[in-house]
Design a protein around this ligand. Structure first.
Ligand code: 5GP
Length: 253
């Protein structure tokens, strides 16, 4: 069978040319990396879980009118997505102080924020994805003022949706990162949520116990990453209720 054209390979995903113009196939790998790939491991089944979880979140967003790149899941590890031009920014939304913001500002992790805070980080692994301001973004032409308005609105809508979905299953959405792309339809351009939304790109804490159910489990050596992601999938109904946690993920099709 002829191998598809690989367009791009990142740390956790591969993009292949899609079956129709304007589409791509997004493949989820099992690789986990942290601290700019200084820490690396292969977590059996992570790609399968993230494919399914990202499908779940993107489908929900499409359903409430937040445009995303997601078209449909193809199989256990692949999904069909709309091709778009990724804006070179990581858009981070925070509801609770944690991670790099807690460190930068000397705040205790877990401190609730007075309102959601949106940050932009320039996507550059070699520089460690540095925090940038709207001034940098406008001056260097990474996005226009209209793009910035649209990105802010998209980020806050994603936050409202994800926070609600998570709180319903006893999980606090502490923060998350999204990537946004320019999608062209004829003469029109609109911004869409791209990449993935999964426990790799969110901080998810159990509301009762504070247990980490996200990639910090790997970054900080807090236990078994596959168990944590399986628990998120199980609570969201992506997994059958009686699925055992801790072994290979068993997913509903
Ligand atoms: P922080 O800036 O505190 O390290 O990260 C804030 C949020 O964005 C966390 O939920 C984190 O998982 C996510 N995030 C930030 N940078 C990246 C990245 O390069 N890759 C992924 N997957 N998530 C990121």
């Amino acid at each position: 069978m002829a191998r598809r054209n690989k367009i791009y390979e990142g740390k956790a995903k591969i993009l292949y040319e899609g079956p129709e113009p304007g589409t791509l196939v997004q493949y989820f790998k099992d690789d986990a990396t942290a601290y700019n790939a200084e820490k690396h491991d292969v977590i059996d089944g992570k790609g399968v879980l993230n494919n399914r979880l990202s499908e779940f979140f993107m489908t929900g967003l499409n359903g409430i009118g937040v445009p995303t790149h997601f078209i449909r899941r193809l199989n256990m590890r692949e999904q069909l997505v709309r091709a778009c031009e990724i804006i070179p920014l990581e858009v981070v939304v925070r509801n609770v102080a944690a991670g790099s913001m807690a460190k930068r500002l000397g705040m205790e992790e877990g401190t609730p924020l007075p309102r959601p805070i949106v940050e932009y980080h320039y996507k550059d692994d070699a520089l460690g994805d540095p925090l940038v301001t709207e001034e940098h973004i406008a001056a260097f032409g990474w996005a226009s003022q209209q793009d910035l308005d649209d990105m802010l609105s998209l980020a806050l809508r994603v936050n409202d949706f994800l926070s609600g979905v998570m709180v319903a299953v006893g999980i606090r959405l502490v923060d998350f990162k999204i990537e946004i792309g320019r999608h062209y339809e004829g003469d029109f351009q609109r911004l869409i949520v791209a990449d993935e939304i999964s426990p790799d790109s969110c901080r998810l804490w159990d509301i009762q116990t504070g247990q980490r159910l996200d990639k910090d489990v790997f970054r900080r050596d807090l236990g078994n990453l596959s168990d944590a992601y399986t628990e998120v999938a199980r609570r969201l109904g992506v997994m059958p209720k009686n699925a055992s946690v801790g072994t290979k993920p068993h997913l509903i099709n």
